[in-house]
Design a protein around this ligand. Structure first.
Ligand SMILES: Cc1cc2nc3c(=O)[nH]c(=O)nc-3n(C[C@H](O)[C@H](O)[C@H](O)COP(=O)(O)OP(=O)(O)OC[C@H]3O[C@@H](n4cnc5c(N)ncnc54)[C@H](O)[C@@H]3O)c2cc1C
Length: 377
């Protein structure tokens, strides 16, 4: 079976025409904002992939989703990043939906109208804990008012809705992490340039500024997460989806480089096992955790999240080794004559820049192995 054929078959089954639409553009065009990839994703029905079938979506499994992300990453790294933010936000909505509630109405609209969700957790400060936002949410009369900014926030220029982590005091005055859902057209939302790197620029990871943004309290979901940064069930589920989709997408980016080695017209035959071994093994680990999401009852526990993080950090190592050996195999003339190889290698390495960074998790993972609950460092 040709390399990546299984992943492209799943992509074609659920988003017919997307692979061909992406393949029709040169890589640098897809990776520059505004990227034609986002329109192609909407046209193919991408926004509704994780929306349940009963609400008009495709209702695909986690296993299908990670295979699709790998196929997408192999064509358009920026779309893999942007769509990860969308899909894991949708997965969070699905998890918190109650029959007939506001979330179900939103999910129906996402599938029917191809709405895109951005996910703003980061706030542009190195060392900031991803579960400890600085953006403020204040109850004022019958509204909740938000102030602060999120950056980088992928899909910033194309989003229809922003999901943003905020800090909200509960009735007892304890500050908890909450997730606000804000229509992109709400007065007080402004998008400013932030991303200065040409790598992954197609993901539109800009700054979103919120000034006196007033929303309905129904659109703010209070979590159980306090200053200890131990994720609750909702956040554990969110991180699980995020790590799996993200890792699969970046493995796809590295796979694009492997594919270029496998399909180049000239050169001696490669040791195929050495060439594909790292990315395939890492993808198998991602798939194993994705299968467990279907097999294990909810709420998913932190052991499963540790498995997902392990798969992700193993993928980071595999990507580093594979991209280096692929660039060597493609050779100096390939390096000199095109930016594609070095672009893909650089883009694939950005997996390490997403939360939680491996170094940050050294202490929390050690504590977890000593029997304490998993903290996100
Ligand atoms: C392509 C791309 C798209 C993105 N899109 C989004 C988005 O849509 N929404 C969003 O919310 N975020 C997004 N992000 C941002 C991301 O979520 C991160 O929050 C951000 O990149 C973290 O920046 P950092 O690595 O400098 O910070 P940190 O994670 O703080 O890391 C800085 C360095 O310090 C080390 N370090 C920090 N703390 C510790 C510690 N306690 N112990 C040991 N070492 C430590 C880290 O390992 C790292 O080397 C995106 C990032 C990328 C690359």
């Amino acid at each position: 079976m040709p390399f990546l054929q299984r992943e492209r078959a799943v992509l074609e089954a659920h988003l017919p025409g997307l692979d061909a639409a992406l393949a029709a553009h040169p890589l640098d065009r897809l990776e520059t904002a505004p990227s034609p990839a986002l329109a192609a994703f909407r046209t193919a029905g991408g926004p509704g992939l994780l929306v349940p079938r009963a609400l008009g979506g495709r209702g695909i499994s986690a296993l299908e989703a990670v295979r699709i992300q790998r196929a997408v990453g192999a064509r358009c790294p920026s779309l893999a990043v942007g769509s990860t933010m969308h899909h894991f936000s949708v997965a969070g909505l699905v998890r918190s939906a109650v029959p007939g509630g506001a979330e179900e109405q939103l999910l129906t609209a996402i599938a029917a109208d191809g709405l895109l969700l951005a996910s703003g957790f980061a706030e542009g400060r190195a060392g900031q804990n991803i579960l400890k936002p600085h953006i403020t949410a204040e109850r004022r009369g019958d509204r909740v008012v938000l102030n602060g900014s999120k950056m980088p926030c992928s899909l910033a220029r194309s989003m229809d809705l922003l999901t943003a982590s905020v800090l909200l005091a509960d009735q007892d005055g304890v500050e908890r992490l909450a997730v606000a859902l804000i229509p992109a057209g709400t007065p007080g939302i402004e998008v400013r340039p932030f991303w200065r790197n040409p790598v992954l620029a197609g993901a539109e990871s800009e700054q979103v500024v919120l000034t006196e943004v007033a929303i309905d309290p129904e659109m703010v979901l209070l979590t159980e997460v306090t200053a200890d940064a131990v994720p609750d069930d909702l956040n554990t589920a969110g991180f699980l989806w995020f790590e799996l989709l993200l890792t699969a997408g970046y493995l796809g980016v590295a796979s694009a480089l492997v594919e270029r080695v496998l399909t180049r017209p000239a050169g001696p035959p490669e040791d195929a096992a050495a060439l594909i071994g790292g990315t395939e093994a890492a993808m198998l680990a991602v798939e194993a955790v994705a299968r467990a999401l279907a097999d294990e009852e909810q709420p998913w526990d932190d052991g499963l999240l540790v498995s997902a993080l392990t798969a992700r950090y193993a993928a980071e190592d595999a990507i580093a080794r594979t991209t280096r050996s692929c660039l060597t195999a493609l050779g100096g003339m390939s390096f000199v004559s095109s930016t594609e190889g070095s672009y893909l290698a650089s883009a694939a390495g950005a997996l390490a820049f997403h939360p939680p960074a491996r170094a940050r998790m050294a202490g929390p993972l050690r504590e977890y192995l000593d029997g304490r609950p998993l903290r996100i460092g």
